[in-house]
Design a protein around this ligand. Structure first.
Ligand SMILES: *Cc1c(COP(=O)(O)O)cnc(C)c1O
Length: 456
């Protein structure tokens, strides 16, 4: 732990007082040297009211050492920088397929291009509808509109933060060509419900698992349940090569179409200009060898990091759910492993005792705890609403269709979720469990002084 304590309370003392208190649940008031039995949880003054901040730093991201340096140098010196001639990307694909239990893995230049590849392979286009959640990163939406299809938002489930599976069927029409559930934050969407509906209506499911590396549904990796699963290796993600992505699928046919699409429509079993095109469209969405070799190296850390995130997140949840007004995101019963790309909870000012979410978050930051309010309602953003003014959309869809589209996109639960959510990032879960105790303690002491914090 790289924490300093400005009051001179050293780490050994901190650990002694916390373990003596049992399970760290009744932390001695940090910021005071009086660690006697009269000091109870939440006794310290919040930093926002002049107390000593509880946290000074969290683990940095990305994590790397000589393993990554050597992998990159090896690629550099090999002169094979492009997947066509090198071994790193192919090696990564094999390893990631093995790790996830998928039959095929295709590496792509990013998570967005993984989704683009699958939608391209499924031939999604103008006039088609694609079901997506409103509580997601904008890429899930962008890949749909880049194909001039209509994105149909299905409302969120307040408790889990995921797409509400029970509302998917009602959103399906005879134009629905794909459903893209997102495993948001690294937890899992309700795959039982979604896959059942999709099966019945014969609609492909494209899992957006960009935040959910190693997450599992009923003991099997997410991204391997649907027609295809898409992952991102962008810098913030739990597996990182700066930019990068992958498609998983168990279908030989889809795997081949995806490969060709991401390779300018050009087939694989060829050398030089001795190749054949397939399909009617394609692009260059390839991962390069540097990224491939970086991923192979980073993958060695993934299991251990994921385990640590889970342990810390579960510990934090046990503490936070005891605090009135703090509601950690619930997991569906089927979610047997959460990747915890984000630690998400809802903050309810009423039960907590007063401060608005903004004030609560500002006070947390004063404690040295970075946090964010997460996504704002995507379906309400002018970026999305202006779609009805796009000249191509006005050619493809009638005035009536576009007006109806706006009405269909109402997601009242999601608005409530966006107003209540608070996030911590995955790197904050990579330190010792004492970090979790400090976060919980910070929130407890904010609650104890909620009335005063609300007035700031
Ligand atoms: C990060 C992310 C993407 C896009 O991945 P990039 O690698 O940034 O293109 C798509 N969907 C979700 C849910 C994401 O979090």
């Amino acid at each position: 732990m790289k924490k300093s304590n400005r009051d001179g309370l050293n780490r050994r003392h901190f650990i002694r007082t916390t373990t003596a208190a049992g399970a760290g649940l009744t932390l001695a008031g940090l910021g005071t040297l009086r660690a006697g039995p009269e000091v109870t949880a939440g006794s310290g003054k919040p930093a926002v009211l002049g107390g000593t901040p509880l946290c000074s730093s969290f683990p940095k991201w990305p994590v790397y050492d000589q393993t990554e340096e050597e992998a990159l140098l090896q690629t550099l010196r090999s002169g094979e920088w492009f997947r066509g001639s090198g071994k790193a990307v192919a090696g990564f694909e094999k390893a990631y397929a093995q790790l996830t239990g998928a039959k095929h893995c295709l590496a792509t230049s990013c998570g967005t291009s993984a989704l683009t590849t699958v939608l391209g392979a499924l031939d999604i286009g103008p006039g088609d509808e694609v079901i997506i959640p409103p509580y997601t990163f904008v890429a899930t939406y962008n890949v749909v509109v880049l194909n001039y299809a209509l994105p149909i938002f299905v409302d969120s489930d307040l408790e889990t933060f995921q797409i509400d599976g029970s509302k998917v069927e009602k959103a399906i029409t005879d134009r629905t060509r794909a459903i893209i559930p997102v495993h948001l934050g690294g937890s899992a969407a309700d795959l039982d419900t979604i896959l059942k509906v999709a099966d019945k209506r014969k609609i492909p499911v494209v899992e957006d698992a960009c935040q959910a590396h190693l997450a599992e549904w009923r003991g099997r990796k997410v991204g391997t349940w649907g027609t295809a699963g898409c992952f991102s290796f962008q810098a913030s993600k739990n597996l990182n090569s700066g930019e990068g992505g992958a498609v998983l699928t168990n279908s030989d046919e889809l795997a081949e179409i995806c490969y060709n699409f991401h390779n300018q429509g050009r087939g694989k079993q060829t050398t030089g200009y001795n190749f054949s095109y397939s399909g009617t469209r394609g692009s260059n969405l390839r991962l390069c060898e540097f990224q491939g070799s970086l991923l192979v190296a980073q993958m060695k850390r993934l299991e251990e990091q994921s385990r640590r995130r889970s342990e810390n997140a579960e510990y934090l949840t046990r503490m936070l759910k005891e605090i009135p007004g703090i509601a950690p995101a619930r997991m569906y019963d089927g979610c047997t492993r959460n990747a915890y790309h984000l630690y998400m909870f809802r903050y309810l000012p009423g039960p907590f005792g007063g401060p608005s979410r903004d004030k609560f978050m500002a006070a947390l930051r004063k404690e040295g705890i970075p946090c964010s309010s997460g996504y704002s309602p995507l379906n309400k953003d002018s970026y999305v609403r202006n779609l009805v003014k796009n000249r191509h959309y006005r050619k493809i869809y009638s005035e009536k269709e576009l007006a109806e589209w706006e009405q269909r996109n109402e997601c009242p639960v999601n608005e409530q979720l966006c107003a209540q959510a608070v996030w911590f990032t995955q790197n904050m879960l990579l330190g010792p469990k004492e970090d979790m105790e400090r976060i919980a303690e910070a929130i407890r002491r904010l609650q104890k002084h909620a009335g005063e914090v609300a007035k700031i």
